[in-house]
Design a protein around this ligand. Structure first.
Ligand code: MLT
Ligand code: ZN
Length: 484
């Protein structure tokens, strides 16, 4: 908590104020009810809070922020609580209120002419996708956690996911935002304009700010027409480099259709088959490396299956492919995708993991995988290196699991040492230590080294200007507290 932040309230009085804003049933004070809001999805970080509040509308969010600002009470905005860097849970000190956006889950507007979807922050990504599909449109943001992750959180972390290779990150899909600022003012920037050069682009300041500059309460998102032809292949490839070469081959032939290109390794697939009921291995024999390719076109007559077969035939001739299976139906597509989307859940069921959400230039992804794997195996003997991720945009989830016989808590003590070893390779390859999961409370210690100097100083000035009391999601993103 910032030094200037002196709490001046009594909890009984506070309870009655919170209750008067959102109603009794939407204030949680009971420790058992509160517990799920305090623990992160990975069950690694456990915080504490005296209260969880669940506002129903933007005005209620503003009233809560005003009340907290007056009393200097820090606020942790929370969406689906799927952060992988402890970005949405309170600290262990127990002095931060959790503000859950879950009740603000309405579709406000779907505009077929402007191809926009206006939603409240608490809608799940899946529900927003379904609203678009119901009108034969697609919201091109997709990730494994989409059933729980909410739009406000996805924007606050500038989520990436599987379709970044074609449509960019969450940032690229936002046309407008509504934000409750730290002084409780509501900024209504819910514009649907494709061009709007009117000074600083404020919405992009809040995207990726992880709730440290204000609370996103609604957004206008770009839609695209729903693709009517989709082809998916699950491929066994001989090496990391072959996977990258396969990507380049597919991209070269089908630049306008390639919608996802995902990498998985042999041990990662083994864990999915072991832990996720209903999953099946679709090829004749296991391999060391796999790629999942998805092509999509808006026309139903694009002939993508034949095109994908053709490019995979060329890849086979060039020695880039060992085997492949193409989905013949949407059910088969979904089951191939499960092998990728369940990687995270399967690892969680196996053991604790150290996650490295890194990016490098696409040209260096294969080299990164080889070098980071070698570095970890050398420095942490026996550690299980199980990477997967969005190879087509250079983002790899370079995860490590404990060596057989090593307990979770012993292993997790090495978290920073492992992250530092991986990041050393990332640095040599001109990459980033955080690609799409954000900084949260896990990575602020890296900010000084990676973004120090003018960049971090400017971030601190922005934080101090917008949130001088330091009440918005403290302890996240920036190391230490802003100098006021
Ligand atoms: C994914 O791509 O599956 C997500 O980013 C989740 C994860 O890295 O665990
Ligand atoms: Zn990812």
């Amino acid at each position: 908590m910032p030094e200037n932040l002196a709490i001046s309230h009594s909890w009984p009085e506070l309870r009655s104020v919170l209750t008067s804003i959102v109603g009794e049933q939407n204030c949680l004070f009971d420790p058992q009810e509160i517990a799920p809001y305090c623990e992160d999805w990975r069950q690694v970080h456990k915080g504490s809070t005296p209260a969880v509040v669940r506002p129903a509308c933007t005005d209620e969010v503003a009233s809560l922020v005003r009340m907290c600002a007056q009393r200097r009470i820090p606020i942790v905005p929370q969406g689906g609580n799927t952060s992988l860097v402890d970005g949405a849970t309170p600290s262990a000190e127990g002095n931060e209120i959790v503000l859950s956006l879950s009740r603000m889950n309405k579709v406000r507007d779907l505009d077929l002419v402007n191809l926009t979807l206006t939603v409240e922050a608490g809608i799940t990504l899946k529900a927003a996708q379904e609203a678009a599909l119901a009108e034969d449109c697609m919201l091109p943001l997709s990730m494994g956690s989409e059933g729980s992750a909410q739009i406000g959180g996805a924007l606050s972390t500038n989520a990436g996911g599987n379709n970044t290779v074609r449509y960019g990150n969450a940032r690229d899909l936002v046309l407008g935002l509504e934000v409750v600022l730290p002084d409780a003012e509501i900024w209504n920037g819910l514009r649907r304009l494709r061009k709007d050069n009117t000074g600083y682009c404020l919405r992009q300041l809040f995207v990726g700010a992880e709730g440290t500059l204000g609370i996103i309460t609604a957004a206008v998102l770009k839609l695209v027409p729903r693709p009517h032809d989709v082809a998916v292949a699950f491929c066994a490839v001989p090496s990391e480099q072959a996977a990258l070469d396969l990507f380049m081959l597919c991209r070269g032939r089908h630049y306008n259709s390639i919608q996802a290109f995902e990498y998985m390794c042999g041990p990662g697939i083994d864990l999915v088959l072991k832990h996720i009921p209903g999953t099946q291995f679709p090829l004749a024999k296991p391999a060391g490396h796999y790629a999942l390719v998805e092509l999509a076109d808006y026309s139903p007559h694009a002939g993508l299956r034949e095109k994908l077969e053709d490019v995979l035939g060329n890849a086979m001739d060039a020695g880039l492919l060992q085997d492949a299976v193409l989905a013949g139906s949407s059910a088969e597509r979904a089951s191939l995708w499960r092998l990728r989307e369940e990687q995270s859940e399967a690892q969680k069921r196996e053991a604790a993991s150290v996650k490295n959400d890194i990016s490098v230039p696409v040209s260096k992804v294969a080299e990164f995988l080889v070098r980071a794997g070698a570095a970890c195996e050398c420095q942490f003997p026996g550690v299980r290196v199980i990477p997967y991720g969005h190879m087509g945009d250079g983002n790899i989830h370079f995860n490590l699991l404990p060596a057989p016989g090593v307990g979770n808590s012993t292993f997790l003590k090495q978290t920073e040492a492992i992250m530092d070893a991986v990041n050393e390779v990332v640095r040599q390859l001109d990459g980033s230590f955080s690609a799409e999961h954000g900084i949260g409370r896990v990575k602020p210690y890296m900010m000084e080294e990676w973004r120090g100097g003018a960049e971090l100083a400017t971030m601190r000035r922005i934080k101090a200007a917008l949130d001088p009391l330091g009440i918005m999601n403290p302890g996240k993103v920036l190391p230490g507290e802003p100098t006021l």
